[in-house]
Design a binder for this molecule. Structure first.
Ligand code: GLC
Length: 431
């Protein structure tokens, strides 16, 4: 079993809890067509200010959000305090581009932290390194004004040092004004991305070493992701996104703590007309696939401009909640198994409890190579009903089995009908 690289942050709770809620919420939510809308459509600051002028999430109820996350089986949350657009969800003293200056007029972050903490979830802050609004953020290939004919000239009046002071100052606000913060989720670095002569930004531009040192001093034990462009050993966890790793994530060929970040649809921000919403099977299998490879999964909700989770998000959250209420112990506290699973199945494991997740329900038998004589008992996890375990060398008349099996193979005898759950699981208690 892999022992990931040890890092300064405390990941012990993280790798136990396994499942979190990402929340992307900002001015882009009003556009309702992706959080990168200002970049994608090269929207001017003046036109984008319409969203600031009309930002008023009058139905915002973080206690409802927190209940939805808890009921979905999510154990921690990460909220965008500021996304690339530069808009801040708290009453920052370092900018006017903040929620308290919109028609809504109130800080959203303290109520959020209080509500989720009250439901027992760990608190994470996403914070964008990129800032499309700040007057001293140099225009680059990730900026909405990347194609402006005067971009190079404009950059002569932009002082990256002033922006870095702002960036570090706001991170200090976030880590000193909201109590214990468990995760800091920075996004993102692109040191090698040069666009039309506009250089990228990485550890040197962000002054990442100084920033991370401050973070760890202010919040001992906090875990920080890998997007500050620092060498291995600085990040507490790695963050593959929008694809499914097929094995334990490794850096320089060493296993690391990792968290896959995914969306219910394709967009992180609220996207009204998007149709690529994942099926219940995809949602549950993504969680299982991730834990079976030793990782965490954080699934994203993009709240509406009114401050609600829309019906599609609530449906997806209910899929997770329904499945995890019956199958949670095959996820929480589990990791990659020492055994290889049979076809169309995944294993997760927690000590002597091995969980067989069956993605394609077979007719009557599943063959577990290498497990003969190692299984004490087995049961369907959703209802606790026994599953018979047969061994090639035990008291079983193999004429009834479709084909002979090797001596080290155990055979599970399953009901003909698939149980009425998205992904059935057999809990195997090892000798
Ligand atoms: C990508 C997206 C960004 C999102 C992040 C979450 O970087 O571009 O909008 O916040 O993923 O992981």
């Amino acid at each position: 079993m892999f022992k990931p690289v040890v890092t300064p942050g405390d990941t012990s709770w993280f790798v136990r809890d396994r499942f979190g809620m990402f929340i992307h919420w900002g001015l882009y939510s009003l556009a309702a067509r992706h959080e990168w809308v200002k970049y994608n459509e090269e929207i001017s600051d003046e036109r984008y200010s319409y969203y600031f002028e009309h930002y008023n999430p009058d139905r915002y109820d973080p206690k409802a959000w927190a209940r939805d996350a808890r009921d979905a089986g999510m154990k921690y949350t990460v909220l965008t305090t500021k996304h690339h657009e530069g808009f801040c969800l708290w009453d920052s003293q370092l900018t006017d581009y903040k929620i308290t200056n919109t028609p809504y007029g109130k800080d959203a972050l303290h109520p959020f932290v209080d509500a989720f903490r009250a439901e027992g979830l760990r608190i994470g802050f996403y914070h964008s390194l990129i800032d499309w609004h700040h007057p001293h953020f140099p225009i680059d290939g990730q900026h909405p004004m990347r194609n402006h004919p005067d971009a190079q000239e404009m950059n002569k009046h932009r002082d990256m040092g002033k922006y870095v002071e702002y960036l570090h100052g706001q991170v200090r606000e976030l880590l000193t004004e909201f109590g214990k913060i468990d995760i800091l989720w920075f996004d993102f670095s692109y040191p090698d991305f040069v666009y039309r002569g506009l250089p990228g930004k990485g550890r040197n531009e962000w002054q990442s070493e100084k920033l991370l040192k401050m973070v760890r001093e202010l919040q001992p034990g906090i875990i920080v992701n890998n997007r500050l462009n620092l060498p291995k050993g600085n990040a507490d966890f790695y963050t593959p996104e929008q694809y499914q790793p097929r094995s334990w994530v490794r850096v320089d060929d060493e296993p690391v703590v990792w968290e896959a970040c995914q969306t219910f649809s394709g967009s992180w921000g609220y996207y009204r007309d998007e149709e690529t919403w994942k099926s219940p099977e995809q949602l549950v299998q993504m969680l299982i696939n991730t834990v079976a490879c030793g990782g965490n999964l954080i699934m994203n909700v993009g709240p509406t401009p009114r401050g609600t989770f829309d019906d599609r998000s609530l449906h997806a959250l209910n899929v997770y909640g329904d499945w995890l209420r019956a199958h949670g112990r095959s996820i929480y506290g589990c990791t990659q198994s020492e055994f290889a699973p049979p076809q169309d199945c995944r294993f997760t494991q927690n000590g002597n409890r091995l969980y067989l997740h069956i993605f394609n329900w077979p007719f009557r038998f599943i063959y577990l190579d290498g497990l003969a004589g190692k299984i004490r008992y087995a049961q369907l996890l959703h209802d606790g009903s026994e599953v018979f375990v047969k061994s090639a060398l035990r008291d079983y008349n193999y004429e009834a089995v479709a084909q002979p099996v090797s001596a080290d193979t155990a055979v599970l005898e399953l009901p003909v009908r698939k149980p009425n759950v998205v992904v059935p699981v057999v809990e195997i208690i090892l000798e």
